[in-house]
Design a protein around this ligand. Structure first.
Ligand code: DON
Length: 307
């Protein structure tokens, strides 16, 4: 009897191709704790719906999750308050960099979408109001979905973010002036910086994203989101998950995806599998150069995409 097909040969082939890439971008340097990462590091994991995981390279090495966490806080907040969230944050691509302030004034303090920093701050603020502990709720969720109790916040990275967080502070205070932030801004910023500073590996994050491929069902079989909500999160990832490069990402990869400045990218093949790739060298939009290339190669080789 032949064994069932696995993703391992595809991952091995992609890793060999990435190994030959001469130019892999530059690690984020606006947070000093991230600047020291080696851009030649590369890991990739694929998780099937039943929790079977395949990986290559640095796929078990923890890295700074950064904006990948915005997907999970969005899902957790929707699970708590459903559609009320959408009165406070939009669902349109911004066409601007992730930390841009420019649209907020003429759009009355309502951020374009939950994945730019302004929108993520609104989501974290609301999750904090719902749960009393936004970063802790997120960490518990990631531990449960990945099965990895060792996941933790890197407090050095959080302190570094805080020390260089003037722009996020400006976004928070500006939205508070429109009444769109419920908690004291310093409390919100602390939660947000700690959220971004959670460290996890490609294996952990591919598993933790699984509920989006299972149409809202968590690893333990309970439901986090309705089918419609899971579809909504995937749709917003496709249109807004890679900021002002979301069109190019959809064109090349053809999957809902979300990037973080730590060099991680997560992606969803609804009904089939989830992926996480990590390589800390970024392009000018803040997306991992090798990460996006690896996902591009995955969908090209396997034919798995939403299109
Ligand atoms: O808000 C920040 O500056 C970071 N902690 C997270 C930014 C991030 O990952 C944006 N993604 N590409």
């Amino acid at each position: 009897m032949s064994s069932p097909p696995t993703f391992q040969p595809v991952l091995d082939r992609i890793a060999a191709e990435i190994d030959k890439m001469p130019e892999r971008g530059h690690p984020a340097d606006y947070i000093p704790a991230l600047a020291a990462c080696d851009p030649r590091r590369f890991g990739m994991a694929v998780a099937e719906l039943d929790g079977t995981v395949y990986g290559v390279g640095d796929w078990r090495r923890p890295f700074s999750t950064q904006s990948l966490t915005k997907v999970f806080t969005l899902a957790l907040d929707l699970a708590h308050e459903a559609d009320e969230l959408w009165e406070h944050v939009g669902r349109e691509p911004s066409g601007n960099p992730f930390n841009s302030l420019v649209q907020l004034e003429y759009e009355n303090g309502i951020p374009r979408n939950p994945f730019i920093n302004a929108g993520a701050l609104v989501v974290t603020d609301r999750l904090h109001t719902q749960t009393g502990e936004a970063a802790g709720t997120l960490l518990d969720f990631l531990r449960a979905e990945s099965g990895n109790e060792n996941l933790a916040i890197n407090e050095d990275v959080a302190a570094s973010e805080s020390a260089h967080g003037d722009r996020n502070a400006a976004l928070g205070h500006f939205m508070a002036s429109y009444g769109n932030i419920g908690n004291p801004v310093p409390v919100l910023l602390d939660e947000y910086f700690r959220q971004c500073s959670i460290e996890a590996s490609c294996a952990d994050l591919a598993l933790a994203t699984g509920f989006l491929a299972r149409h809202g069902i968590r690893a333990d079989g309970t439901r986090l989101l309705t089918m419609s909500q899971a579809k909504e999160v995937n749709a917003v990832m496709l249109t807004c998950g890679t900021y002002d490069a979301a069109g190019e990402f959809a064109y090349r990869v053809g999957l809902p995806g979300k990037s973080g400045v730590g060099g991680g990218v997560i992606a969803v093949v609804p009904g089939r599998c989830t992926l996480c790739v990590w390589s800390p060298g970024l392009d000018g939009h803040g997306n991992s150069v090798a990460g996006v290339t690896a996902l591009d190669r995955f969908t090209t080789i396997t034919g798995l995409s939403v299109f």
